[in-house]
Design a protein around this ligand. Structure first.
Ligand code: FAD
Length: 287
């Protein structure tokens, strides 16, 4: 099906885009990579009167390291993130997640800002941004505000974004010196995750001093599994009992895992549990 009629705007600067958004409010939709919005418009599930296409705004296409954070412009594509040397060194979990999103077309067109704004509960970035306490930088004509990723996502396909606001950056603390792994299970290659687990571990004197575990796909929104993290602190790498304790806690914390055509709630929880052990083994093997 063809989308309903709309008027297209192609602002050349962020300032221009924010003014347009402020003027049109709920009648407008931002278009980034179009990988989620265009299918929805073709099905006429979304019928905006105005489309504001961000593709001409170069200042939204940046990867930088500042203040201990890696900062990605909203328009940075999954492929640019997967191929960036800076991301590989400073935010390896983000590189891993970007590498397994969809197929090469989705990765070449889809953007990190679009992914976070779309708020699919199974988005691959979700586990990573939850685990590492990522931030969403949001702008409107009134100014800029920074929201913690886990607070930004309210539930399936719902965020704290106001109609006059857009995402300008996603920020994640540098974690190049942590031991990390992102594990995803999908029914077919290129599909959204049934579940995905991001693990980051910081060792001190050969003991786990800090653990981060983020979950995607197995809840109403991506989240940090705090009880599972606690189950690991004080253990040594290779301690299979500690891995099992953490995985059992992840299972419990996935109590809101949805049932849909891809998987039942029970199956998602079991997958999340086994991915936790797999990710811990990969992150800690040889440490
Ligand atoms: C077949 C298929 C497979 C996929 N597989 C995966 C997968 O395995 N893993 C995964 O994580 N994702 C997957 N996706 C989703 C993919 O990552 C999309 O790229 C992403 O969800 C949307 O990014 P986009 O740039 O294309 O956004 P768009 O489609 O342009 O926009 C999506 C929504 O976000 C809004 N938006 C976009 N940019 C901004 C902004 N800067 N500020 C505010 N609002 C904004 C739009 O108005 C729209 O509501 C898949 C999608 C498809 C179609």
């Amino acid at each position: 099906m063809y989308p309903a009629g709309f008027k297209l705007y192609r602002p050349a600067s962020l300032e221009e885009a924010l003014k347009l958004l402020d003027g049109f409010g709920e009648e407008a939709k931002i278009l980034a990579g179009g990988q989620s919005l265009i299918p929805l418009m073709r099905l006429r599930l979304v019928k905006p009167s105005y489309i504001i296409y961000l593709g001409g705004i170069d200042e939204l296409r940046t990867i930088a390291v500042d203040d201990g954070m890696v900062s990605l412009g909203a328009l940075t594509t999954h492929r640019e993130i997967a191929e960036s040397r800076v991301v590989a060194e400073e935010a390896p979990l983000l590189r891993e997640a970007a590498s397994v999103i969809g197929d090469v077309q989705i990765r070449s067109m889809g953007t990190i800002g679009g992914s976070v704004a779309h708020a699919d509960p199974a988005m691959d970035y979700g586990a990573v941004l939850a685990a590492m306490d990522g931030e969403v930088v949001v702008a409107s004509v009134k100014g800029v505000r920074i929201v913690r990723f886990e607070d930004f996502i309210l539930g399936p396909f719902t965020t704290r974004l106001e109609p006059s606001e857009m995402i300008v950056k996603i920020r994640i603390p540098r974690h190049g010196n942590w031991l990390t792994a992102y594990e995803k299970f999908a029914v077919r290659p290129g599909d959204l995750a049934v579940a995905g687990i991001a693990v980051a571990i910081r060792l001190e004197d050969g003991i786990i001093a800090e653990a981060r575990i983020g979950v995607t796909g197995a809840g109403e929104k991506p989240f940090r599994a705090y009880n599972a993290e606690e189950a690991l602190v004080g253990a040594e790498p290779g301690d299979a009992e500690a891995y099992k304790r953490a995985a059992d806690e992840v299972y419990k914390e996935c109590r809101d895992a949805p049932s849909d055509e891809r998987a039942s709630s029970w199956y998602r929880r079991e997958i999340a549990k086994s991915l936790t052990v797999k990710a811990l083994r990969r992150a800690l093997d040889g440490a």
